[in-house]
Write a protein that binds this ligand. Structure first.
Ligand code: NDP
Length: 233
């Protein structure tokens, strides 16, 4: 089994950093990416990774030229990218009244949480398909579940539902090319976004993401998972 290479977005803190840590523990080489290179380098420094097993790369998922530069840098340093974990996201302060959410709030949220993921996939997935191996893990949220939709953070919730839809379409498009694409709900996790009173640790929250990132070839694609189990859309 070749040593796979994973890239993680928003890996300078929270669930992204823990996902990078667990992927390294699984024997993958990892590119930690983030929009603030200093922050990513500090995060990498705290991982105590074996020499050559991890790199820090600048990537702002809302900037297509930054995504392209990051991809080139990772390929140069680590050879290829077999796994992409789209973890980066924002949750703005939001009213629970959808009609009070300003259009700009929708735009900003979708720009990062949905369009950013599409642009990252546009750059990273076709080379995976060319090589016949790829794993895409898009970090969504229970807030994006249509079956349980509430008034919580309308722009954030809608951006995650759209991300789920994108992932299902991507999965069907690349199914025969060896690329498995899934979405994960990490649960409510103690991070800057989740807050201190969340019940889950980052270790628990990242577990299903790492499981999906390392699926065998006969693993699922086009699914939505929490705690390694399929959940309702
Ligand atoms: P954090 O707010 O702690 O971290 C978010 C990460 O995303 C940061 O690294 C941040 O970078 C990065 N980011 C934001 N915008 C961009 C951008 N334009 N380009 C690159 N990186 C960016 O969140 P969590 O770790 O809690 O969340 C990780 C994922 O898990 C998200 O997708 C979130 O929606 C999801 N999730 C989290 C839950 C929770 O309870 N924590 C619950 C359900 C889902 P920077 O430091 O530069 O801001």
């Amino acid at each position: 089994m070749p040593q796979r290479v994973a890239a993680v977005t928003g890996a300078n803190r929270g669930l992204g950093l823990e996902t990078a840590r667990q992927l390294l523990a699984h024997g993958l080489r990892v590119a930690l990416t983030g929009r603030d290179l200093d922050a990513v380098e500090r995060a990498l420094g705290g991982l105590d990774a074996a020499p050559g097993s991890a790199i820090a790369v600048a990537m702002d998922v809302t900037d297509p030229s930054s995504i392209k530069r990051a991809h080139r840098a990772i390929v140069k340093a680590l050879g290829s990218v077999d796994v992409i974990v789209n973890n980066a996201a924002i949750l703005l302060f939001e009213s629970s009244d959808v009609l009070e959410t300003p259009l700009d709030g929708f735009r900003k949220t979708f720009e990062t949480n949905c369009f950013g993921v599409i642009e990252v996939c546009r750059e990273f997935v076709p080379p995976m398909a060319d090589r016949g191996y790829g794993r895409v893990v898009n970090v969504s949220s229970g807030a994006g579940q249509l079956s349980k939709m509430s008034t919580y953070a309308p722009a954030y919730s809608m951006s995650k539902s759209a991300l789920n839809a994108f992932t299902r379409i991507l999965a069907q498009t690349y199914r025969d090319a060896g690329v498995l694409a899934n979405v994960v709900d990490p649960g409510w996790v103690r991070t800057d976004m989740g807050g201190r009173s969340a019940p889950r640790s980052v270790q628990q929250g990242a577990d299903t993401t790492v499981w999906l990132a390392t699926l065998p070839d006969n693993g699922p694609s086009g699914g939505f998972f929490r705690d390694r189990r399929a959940i309702e859309w």
